[in-house]
Design a protein. Structure first.
Length: 231
């Protein structure tokens, strides 16, 4: 079953709200846990052992949801990210196409990993809009890749202490009413090797997969908890 077409006006308002959430989320990530506000757009902050910040609508009932609708993930780089700042060789510069490929690759990795983890827990991933469907909208913001690999011929090796960072901002809504039920914000930093390590597309991908897998397990764990499933 295909998702319904959203009217342009409603889609514009929804996109505006999503962008606002991303901006606020990115700002909150920079604060210490104790500085995060106790409420956010009607949601109350809850403690979490796996995620930096979790906000839930008071009285929200997640037990009714048996299936999950995953929206395509959006990816945004950090405003300060400039991979070409110190690169004088034009053949080795990161192009807009390279940037888009990184974004598309991360979005696909998140979609695949989340779907696989949910399936392990017995949750069906669907495109339906129904009372038993929880709609999850994930976004990766503040993405900073320390050594993007353009695969240019003769490219010299780049050594870094860690691969970079990225932040997940995800919202959960009732798929029928659109009611916002929960929002999470979690920042992941690349592994601190302690020494300089060679960074390339393989190592960067492995670091991204590690972070996204942790987020996927947290999503499944949260659904399991509200349904009373054993961890």
């Amino acid at each position: 079953m295909h998702a319904p077409v959203t009217p342009p006006g409603r889609r514009t308002r929804r996109m505006g709200a999503a962008v606002s959430a991303v901006v606020v989320g990115a700002l909150l990530v920079g604060c210490a846990a104790t500085q995060a506000p106790p409420q956010w757009e009607g949601l109350e902050r809850r403690s979490s052992r796996t995620l930096d910040q979790v906000y839930v609508l008071p009285g929200a009932d997640f037990a009714q949801f048996r299936r999950v609708r995953l929206d395509p993930a959006e990816v945004a780089f950090a405003k300060s990210w400039d991979p070409n700042a110190a690169e004088r060789d034009l053949s080795r510069r990161v192009t807009p196409q390279d940037v888009q490929e990184i974004k598309d690759g991360l979005a696909q990795m998140l979609q695949r990993t989340f779907a696989e983890e949910l399936a392990k827990g017995g949750y069906e991933v669907t495109t339906d809009v129904a009372p038993d469907v929880l709609r999850v909208t994930p976004q990766i913001v503040d993405l900073y890749v320390n050594a993007p690999d353009t695969m240019a011929a003769g490219r010299s090796r780049t050594y870094v202490m860690d691969a970079g960072r990225m932040t997940l901002v995800a919202e959960a809504r009732d798929s029928v009413t659109g009611q916002l039920l929960a929002r999470v914000v979690d920042r992941k930093q690349g592994t601190d090797f302690g020494t300089l390590q060679w960074a390339n597309s393989v190592t960067n991908s492995a670091e991204a997969q590690r972070a996204i897998s942790q987020w996927a397990r947290a999503l499944r764990g949260g659904l399991d908890a509200v349904k009373g499933k054993a961890p």
